[in-house]
Design a protein around this ligand. Structure first.
Ligand SMILES: Nc1ncnc2c1ncn2[C@@H]1O[C@H](COP(=O)(O)OP(=O)(O)OP(=O)(O)O)[C@@H](O)[C@H]1O
Ligand SMILES: [Mg+2]
Length: 200
């Protein structure tokens, strides 16, 4: 049996790093942001539809994500329109990924999905993992990124479910504020619990 784990957490909490730690312990992993990038890249399955709804954003066969971002950022209705195009395709890609892993007999898979709870996607998973860190650490990590400002950070946070609520909904929480070794230790424990419950 393949255990299907949905992993989430707010911006900069350590989703990418913790997903890689699961991969190091044998998980097959996939990332919702990468799926979206693929859908909008040259030859991607959403390029034609997005181009039809948002004239001018397709350049050289790919969606100019910055141009698209500017449009949807300024207009909630347009954002909904875009989500309506993208969301079902992301889910289909995730389901195909899980089906492939099951066919291959992989023991456990981890899908890194930034808006897992916001989009109600948690019901699709056997277990959910939330990565978390104290707010001051999250803030320090995110503000280090190029192009990030206090205002942008505040806006992103306001668009996401609060960390506390995510933690309350999760089956497991991985703390990333105390170094990589400690988060790896927690990931090992989760893998043990979901893959070998009889040993616990
Ligand atoms: N367990 C950890 N110990 C120490 N540093 C960590 C840990 N987890 C993440 N970090 C650091 O925090 C930063 C953000 O991590 P990461 O990119 O994994 O977050 P993310 O949740 O994937 O962010 P995003 O929301 O942008 O996708 C990185 O610089 C990473 O090195
Ligand atoms: Mg990430």
């Amino acid at each position: 049996m393949t255990v299907v784990i949905g992993l989430t957490g707010s911006i900069g909490m350590g989703k990418t790093l913790v997903t890689a730690q699961f991969a190091a312990l044998g998980a097959k992993t996939c990332n919702a942001d990468d799926i979206v990038h693929g859908l909008l890249a040259q030859g991607g399955a959403a390029v034609a539809e997005v181009g039809a709804q948002f004239p001018g954003v397709v350049k050289d066969g790919a969606v100019d994500r910055q141009a698209l971002g500017k449009i949807v950022f300024a207009d909630g209705e347009k954002r909904k329109l875009l989500e309506g195009i993208i969301h079902p395709k992301v889910i289909a890609a995730e389901e195909a990924f899980v089906a492939r892993a099951k066919a291959e007999g992989v023991k456990f898979v981890v899908l890194d999905i930034p808006l897992l709870f916001e989009t109600g996607g948690d019901k699709r998973f056997d277990k959910t993992v939330v990565v978390s860190a104290p707010h001051f650490i999250q803030r320090k990590r995110v503000l280090r990124r190029e192009g990030m400002t206090e205002e942008k950070f505040a806006r992103i946070l306001a668009s996401q479910m609060p960390d506390k609520e995510k933690r309350q909904r999760a089956d497991f929480v991985v703390q990333t504020g105390f170094g990589r070794g400690y988060s790896l230790w927690q990931v090992r424990r989760i893998v043990g619990l979901v893959c070998h419950p009889e040993r616990m």
